[in-house]
Design a binder for this molecule. Structure first.
Ligand code: SR1
Ligand code: MG
Length: 423
């Protein structure tokens, strides 16, 4: 199959015939297609994902569809998102080696990427957290990934001409940015067509839609998201975009990649840990979750600490870009000046990430794209009580983000809201 043929969606039935001569795939799994076993495993909102096993091994074939899978062909979506995913993965691998699946082949015309199969015991992080698993390395691994990719993709590190070329390349990921701009920052706060929520939340939803301070804050954050092209983001870094074993952590699915504010990836990620925290009472039929809740708050604190430490380390050792040049600080013997500037940059990331986190919590409960943490709670009353706590938390951190100074403060707030009996 070459990029020159018209696009055609793969299926379990056609994959071996269509990819049977693909050199990269044959090299990985063996060329005897009669031995190939193909399964479609995509459970995301957008794409087809196949696992192909042959006599010599296995690989993943991910193919974009010309529409949003979650909604159907009434919502067209360009195939070029696969191009952005491929380019983001190559940059992430260069900037944070070992953190993403290896790429074997990319076919732009067929919008498909053939990549490393992260075999069991790899599972999606979100499912592991729903199951109450405490993974020892995720905070370290994700904190390092975010610091390295966000720092090294910015003007703190890159040669301006390279960064501007990359900025231009990813600026064309318009439709996926548009999804985020609408689904995350606006739809939750009005009666948008595809919104849905647990019925018991009607009253809370009405309150949030009437909350002027919250809506103004959400739009300020949307403005930052759209206008602050600081670094190459993953763009959709939630716990469904991360695969884990007890030892290993890999980030997947960066098709929403574009140049945006550093705080967006960090905020979205932490929001997903906080949502997991608030969803735990809905999963207690599998056993008490007090230790899991404590673990999750610990993970948020450790992720932020690792991010800060690694970002600071890169600031001191790799600040070769055109921002905060060493010629202005260290080269004049002014190490304190460089530290002062670092504090400012980290403070901005901190303040903005709280806003992005709060808004991400809201959109996963009120918008189109919900998450399994809450959705798998079958008892609607119980689910609504988990979601209402999360909504309250999200509102507080988004609106008060400039007055919150530490992750411990945020986690104390989360614990207090979790213990409230009247929600
Ligand atoms: C229509 S796409 C909905 C959501 O799925 C993706 O994973 C992104 O999070 C997007 O917002
Ligand atoms: Mg995805």
């Amino acid at each position: 199959m070459t990029g020159k043929l018209p696009f055609e969606a793969l299926s379990v039935e056609t994959l071996a015939r269509r990819l049977g001569t693909n050199a990269a795939l044959c090299a990985k799994i063996g060329r005897d297609t009669t031995q190939w076993k193909v399964r479609e495993v995509g459970d995301g909102n957008l794409n087809l994902v196949f696992i192909v096993e042959g006599a010599g091994g296995a690989a993943v074939v991910k193919q974009a569809l010309p529409y949003v899978r979650l909604v159907g062909d009434s919502w067209p979506l360009p195939l070029k998102r696969s191009f952005f995913e491929y380019h983001a993965l190559t940059r992430q691998e260069a900037r944070a080696p070992g953190s993403v699946p290896a790429i074997y082949h990319f076919d732009e015309g067929q919008a498909l990427i053939i990549m490393e199969y992260l075999a069991p015991p790899h599972v999606i992080l979100r499912h592991a957290l729903i199951d109450g698993r405490q993974l020892a390395n995720i905070a370290r691994d994700i904190g390092l990934f975010m610091a390295r990719t966000l720092f090294r993709g910015s003007d703190l590190s890159m040669v301006p001409k390279d960064r501007k070329a990359d900025l231009a390349l990813f600026a064309d990921n318009i439709e996926l940015c548009d999804i985020t701009e609408n689904l995350v920052f606006s739809d939750p706060y009005f009666d948008a067509k595809m919104n849905r929520h647990t019925p018991q939340l009607d009253g809370v939803v009405a309150e949030l839609r009437a909350d002027r301070d919250l809506k103004v804050e959400a739009q300020r954050l949307k403005h930052i998201f759209a206008a602050n092209a600081e670094t190459l983001l993953h763009g959709d870094l939630h716990s469904g975009s991360i695969m884990v074993t007890d030892q290993e952590t890999r980030m997947i699915d960066p098709e929403f990649a574009f140049y945006g504010p550093m705080a967006f990836d960090v905020g979205m990620l932490l929001a997903n840990f906080w949502m997991s925290f608030f969803s735990q009472r809905g999963h207690e039929e599998k056993g008490k979750r007090d230790a899991m809740r404590a673990y999750l708050l610990g993970v948020t604190a450790e992720t932020w600490a690792v991010f800060r430490a690694e970002f600071s380390h890169l600031w001191r050792t790799e600040r070769t870009g055109m921002l905060y040049q060493k010629s202005l600080f260290e080269d004049q013997g002014d190490r304190l000046g460089a530290e002062q500037a670092l504090d400012h940059v980290l403070h901005q990331i901190w303040t903005d990430l709280l806003g992005f986190a709060g808004i991400e919590v809201h959109r996963r409960i009120l918008g189109l794209a919900h998450n399994a943490d809450f959705e798998t709670i079958a008892d609607e009353e119980l689910r609504a009580s988990c979601e209402a706590r999360a909504l309250k938390f999200g509102r507080h951190i988004a609106v008060n983000r400039r007055q919150i100074h530490s992750i411990d403060e945020v986690n104390t707030l989360a614990a207090l809201i979790e213990q409230e009996s009247s929600i």
